[in-house]
Design a protein around this ligand. Structure first.
Ligand code: AP5
Length: 223
């Protein structure tokens, strides 16, 4: 199964992608995570993407598509993937369609998570991440049991550089899914809107119900 999570920054794509991937036995691929790892490792890719990320801008399509395709070709991606934060442009969506079709596959659902802007700003300013295992926390909505320590691996939690208020505003202005991207999946009958303003468990429940509905609609009907 290949699932796509779309939505503005901070609507819960990463939180939900992790939960759904674990639940359905899929690989979680987040282009944001791939770029942050590259920056941390000081690689050539990291040097090329850092300035875009620091300004809250999208990384150019050519670089983003190449990064995603390299990851998608790894053996652990062959049993299914939850895409988190990819695609964000029509060109990225078309590249993914082509890659899946040439492997005899399709994207099963594009799940579009939304939440009001003031809720998003509040979520991002309170976000803490575990740099070791990627677990996501929030100081109010999902605090760790021990202050600034990851519940899962004990790692020291950190905040993202691009969660500063001015960069959050830039990301919100520039990184909403464009209408042409939503229309691309709507025309394929694969777009489902999900209310991301609910608590985490309710959003997961709605996502799983939408995935099940899509699967039953696309299953071959018996004569
Ligand atoms: P990326 O890492 O993808 O950032 P983003 O899209 O801005 O998304 P976020 O990770 O900020 O938010 P999220 O929706 O995952 O929310 P989360 O679950 O963490 O991208 C970073 C940068 O990389 C981009 O700016 C761009 O430069 C570049 N990039 C990446 N992909 C690209 C692409 N395809 N093309 C071009 N450039 C690309 O939740 C946020 C907080 O809210 C957390 O604290 C969480 O605990 C809390 N929370 C989550 N759900 C709930 C809930 N239901 N109720 C209460 N709190 C909640």
């Amino acid at each position: 199964m290949y699932l796509i999570l779309l939505g503005p920054p901070g609507t819960g794509k990463g939180t939900q992608a992790k939960l759904i991937a674990e639940r359905l036995g899929l690989l979680h691929i987040a282009t944001g995570d791939l770029f942050r790892e590259a920056v941390q490792q000081g690689s050539e890719l990291g040097a090329r993407v850092k300035a875009y990320m620091d300004r809250g801008e999208l990384v150019p399509d050519e670089l983003t598509i190449a990064t995603l395709m390299e990851r998608l070709l790894q053996p652990d991606a062959q049993a299914g993937v939850v895409f988190d934060g990819y695609p964000r442009t029509l060109q990225q969506a078309r590249a993914l369609d082509d890659a899946l079709v040439s492997a005899g596959r399709v994207a099963d659902a594009a799940l579009h998570i939304t939440a009001p802007d003031d809720e998003i700003v509040q979520r991002l300013s309170g976000r803490w991440l575990c740099p070791n295992c990627g677990q996501i926390y929030h100081e109010v909505h999902r605090p760790p049991k021990e202050d600034r320590r990851c519940d899962d691996c004990g790692g020291e939690l950190a905040q993202r550089d691009d969660d500063k208020a001015d960069v959050v505003r830039a990301r919100l202005e520039r990184q909403r899914p464009p209408e042409e991207l939503l229309e691309h999946y709507r025309a394929q009958g694969r777009l489902v809107d999900i209310d991301g303003s609910q608590e985490v468990g309710a959003v997961t429940r709605d996502l799983l119900a939408a995935i099940e509905q899509m699967r039953s609609e696309s299953a071959p009907k018996r004569a």
